[in-house]
Ligand binder design. Structure first.
Ligand SMILES: [Zn+2]
Length: 341
């Protein structure tokens, strides 16, 4: 899922987002709650009508942004309380309020509010956040009223195999339409992330989607699909695109480098994106001249690259040749596949 933080995938029109092959996008509850406000979004017809996206939308619960953006944030059993990073106003986010916001936004998939902590953390702190996340998940389930909105639970537990198993097992026994692996992409190594996905997914229902939140690089997608993950979201393709970095099968290209000055080749042969109609030399020029088209074109390329990667992954899985496909991609990027188990 491309990330549409503020009700827009940065730098792209909604038709351009659709033309990357994306099926589903993500909206951020925290940001939209603060600006323009969920009631305003509802009066503008909901997130689909407002943004012009008619495919599925998933909204996060705000838990991660409270952790990463909110200042003076304080978590009690009742709520996460934080100061808005926009105007300093105090906002109290309870599990019930998170659901109320997501119902007003009108997303197709809502996420439960979870208690996110920085890693590494003392064991007692990890256990406390995990237990609270399970209680908050139950409160979110009880608060949800829209039958047209799926609700996904979030497995916490840091890097601890025992806690991940316990959390996954408890949440799997509750009625959710899908399950996320949360609390990752917060400073752990890629190997620790892959190991955590591997110990969590066997305890989740096989017939419901598994979503790894906030991940990741092309390598992260491949390694985590190998460990049973179906769905991802990340700002990486668009954020890197805005900064002049393009993902390719040979690894990332930094377009600002002088080596591209008179390079007539596109970023990739046979890429159908808007950027690949132009030369690397032209794209480099756009970034050096600070033209807004540069970030737009590279965001389009990167989302197209990610979309194509996941499409190829689905085909390889269907044809029973995922392992071979994954090894080829990883080696192209300069990585050896990490053995499972
Ligand atoms: Zn391209």
């Amino acid at each position: 899922m491309p990330v549409g933080t503020q009700g827009t995938v940065k730098g792209l029109t909604i038709d351009q987002v659709a033309s990357t092959g994306a099926d589903m996008i993500l909206g951020n509850t925290y940001h939209l709650r603060l600006r323009p406000g969920h009631e305003t979004v509802a009066r503008l017809g909901g997130l689909h009508a407002m943004s012009g996206w008619d495919g599925p939308i998933l909204t996060d619960s705000g838990g991660f942004q409270v952790f990463s953006l909110g200042s003076l944030n304080q978590v009690t059993e009742q709520a996460a309380t934080f100061r808005s990073h926009i105007d300093g106003a105090i906002v109290v986010l309870t599990p019930e309020h998170s659901i109320e916001i997501q119902e007003a936004l009108g997303s197709d998939v809502a996420m439960v509010l979870d208690h996110v902590i920085a890693l590494p953390a003392p064991q007692a702190e990890v256990e406390d956040a995990l237990a609270r996340s399970i209680r908050w998940a139950a409160r979110c389930r009880a608060a949800s009223t829209r039958s047209d909105q799926a609700l996904f639970a979030i497995v916490q537990g840091g890097l601890d195999a025992q806690l991940r198993r316990q959390c996954a097992t408890e949440l799997a026994a509750m009625p959710f339409e899908g399950y996320a692996v949360g609390g990752l992409s917060v400073g752990e190594t890629p190997e620790e992330m892959y190991a955590t996905a591997a110990i969590t997914t066997p305890h989740l229902p096989v017939d419901k989607p598994r979503y790894l939140m906030g991940v990741g690089t092309p390598r992260d997608l491949i390694e985590n699909v190998a460990r049973g993950i179906d769905l991802f979201d990340c700002v990486m393709p668009t954020r890197n695109g805005r900064n002049g970095l393009a993902f390719t099968d040979e690894g990332p290209l930094k377009l600002r480098n002088a080596t591209h000055r008179e390079d007539q080749r596109p970023l990739m042969q046979d890429c159908e994106c808007l950027a690949c109609r132009h030369s690397r030399g032209y794209l480099r020029h756009l970034f050096n001249a600070k033209e807004m088209l540069g970030p737009t074109l590279l965001s389009h390329h990167n989302l197209t690259y990610y979309g194509r990667l996941m499409s190829e992954v689905r085909t390889a899985l269907e044809q029973g040749r995922f392992e071979e496909y994954a090894a080829g991609k990883l080696r192209g990027w300069g990585y050896e596949p990490i053995p499972l188990g």
